[in-house]
Design a protein around this ligand. Structure first.
Ligand code: FMN
Length: 177
């Protein structure tokens, strides 16, 4: 029975909030595996997620301790992929099937549910390219949580702020039922 939750962390300033989400999911008894993009690793260290998830963190597609690429084995046991936070860039990659790093390659192997939690500047969120990609993903059954309106890290106000962790946690637990 598939039960693992894969948390994809991308290069948004909200990446640190994914650490809290990881901790909360582990406290709820979930097996959590974190995959980080290179940009995410500029904002939060993999060690944080290693400690909180109690599982190895995937940071590099080409680091292969085993004979089988890690993303294939993980896809066999993962029930849900949640990209938290999800950048404009990564929404574009998901929508267009681009697989050029560990997380995007994993996403194409994943057959379970996909949840996207966007976080970006309101101007980026409103951009027609981003909105087109969101529409494509929604048409494929990808669940979106947020973004919500409010003040974003750069000081702008508007829709683009990441949903708060308790709300994300509740939705993920609901999706896992
Ligand atoms: C400090 C900093 C914060 C950023 N925050 C965001 C963000 O919140 N949302 C976003 O879409 N991009 C943000 N970016 C831009 C992304 O990091 C950039 O588009 C990157 O290529 C995303 O790569 P990834 O999707 O592989 O993680 C930020 C960049 C910097 C330097």
């Amino acid at each position: 029975m598939k039960s693992t939750v894969v948390i994809g962390v991308t290069g948004s300033i909200a990446a640190y909030k994914a650490a809290d989400l990881t901790s909360q999911l582990v406290k709820k008894g979930k097996d959590v595996v974190v995959i980080m993009t290179a940009s995410a690793q500029k904002l939060v260290g993999p060690q944080t997620f290693l400690t909180l998830s109690r599982n190895p963190v995937i940071t590099d597609l080409w680091a292969m301790p085993d004979w089988q690429p890690g993303h294939i084995e993980l896809a066999d046991r993962a029930k849900l992929l949640a990209v938290v936070p999800c950048t404009a860039n990564f929404i574009g990659k998901l929508a267009n099937g681009i697989a050029d790093d560990a997380l995007s390659t994993y996403a194409l192997s994943h057959t379970g549910k996909v949840v996207v939690v966007p976080a970006m500047n309101p101007k980026m969120w409103k951009h027609p390219a981003v909105q087109k990609n969101v529409k494509i993903l929604k048409s494929r059954g990808v669940e979106f949580i947020g973004p919500v309106a409010g003040r974003v890290a750069c000081g702008d106000n508007g829709e683009g702020r990441m949903e708060e962790v308790p709300a994300i946690l509740a939705r993920i637990l609901e999706e896992l039922k």
